[in-house]
Design a protein around this ligand. Structure first.
Ligand SMILES: O=C(O)c1cc(=O)[nH]c(=O)n1[C@@H]1O[C@H](COP(=O)(O)O)[C@@H](O)[C@H]1O
Length: 274
């Protein structure tokens, strides 16, 4: 089953556009585990168990594991997700981007070591830095396109004077991903929920690609505007901190589930209005 099939199935089965981002920060853990990096697996597994029937995807961010030397805990978490939620695709957020030979190693890490169903990638180094990921049939690869952070303007909003139509850089990335770079139908795009008008533009340029949209919740992106802007093709709306750290008490998993349920309802409501 391909990443896109899994995404479609999980979206339908769980009636959900919501992806829970797994960004474990020991300093923010519930009081009884606060500061304890050995609890990264336990914390994330509790989140997975509490939300597996509410989401269309999970997105572990690799830096939150690597920063604590917790790669073994990430491996254990990937196995846990496959066991308790085999129908939910896992997007490994690693934002890699390097020359082909090194990209081969990163692709191996994501798909063979961790068994991810999709990855996030930086397209900055060009097509040959993306191709090694596309060798893994059926796996997804989301290219950073219009990111949610303020510095996203520095390059992504610039106009490319030497490209026909003079698109912005982010529009050009969307055109490449929808067209010539999408050799096996595996590409998607990352667009920030903080920029709904530009999501709409990306959707116009890339009508069929799955959009991974972080930025609702802690970054303040408008859930309704986001869903409406991305209508017409597959979408995965990520929220991390607002769900993970909903409570610092013993009820942290129940509180996370409650926020996930609320977010799912808000996203579905927006989809109905669109
Ligand atoms: O690729 C991403 O996932 C990503 C792209 C982007 O433009 N903005 C963005 O916030 N992210 C990631 O999405 C998550 C957002 O987390 P919260 O702001 O806590 O919901 C983090 O893991 C970020 O690294």
């Amino acid at each position: 089953m391909t990443f896109l099939d899994m995404l479609r199935d999980a979206t339908a089965r769980n009636h959900s556009l919501l992806c829970v981002g797994l960004d474990p920060e020991p300093a923010k853990f519930p009081t009884h585990w606060r500061g304890d990096a050995s609890k990264i697996f336990d914390f994330c597994a509790a989140m997975v168990d509490a939300t597996a029937d509410v989401v269309c995807a999970f997105k572990p961010q690799i830096a939150y594991f690597a920063a604590h030397g917790a790669e073994a805990q990430l491996e254990k978490l990937m196995a846990h997700m496959r066991s308790v939620a085999p129908q939910v695709p896992v997007i490994l957020d690693s934002k890699r981007g390097d020359i082909g030979s090194t990209a081969e190693q990163y692709a191996k890490e994501a798909f063979e070591r961790y068994g991810a169903d999709a990855v996030t990638l930086s397209p900055f180094m060009g097509l040959d830095s993306v191709l090694p990921y596309l060798q893994y049939e059926g796996k997804g690869a989301f290219l950073l396109c219009r990111t949610s952070n303020p510095g996203g303007d520095d390059f992504q909003a610039q106009t490319l004077a030497n490209v026909p139509g003079q698109p912005t850089l982010f529009e050009h990335i969307a055109q490449l991903a929808q067209g010539p770079w999408n050799t096996n139908g595996q590409l998607g795009l990352v667009v920030g929920a903080t920029r709904p008008q530009e999501i709409e533009r990306v959707r116009a340029v890339a009508p069929t690609l799955p959009l991974l949209i972080p930025g609702v919740g802690a970054q303040g992106g408008d859930a309704v505007a986001t869903v409406q802007a991305a209508q017409g093709g597959p979408m995965v709306i990520n929220s991390s901190r607002a769900i993970l750290y909903a409570s610092a008490g013993m009820d942290f998993a129940t509180a996370a589930r409650a926020v996930a349920l609320e977010t799912r309802i808000a996203l579905n409501h927006a989809a109905l209005q669109a």
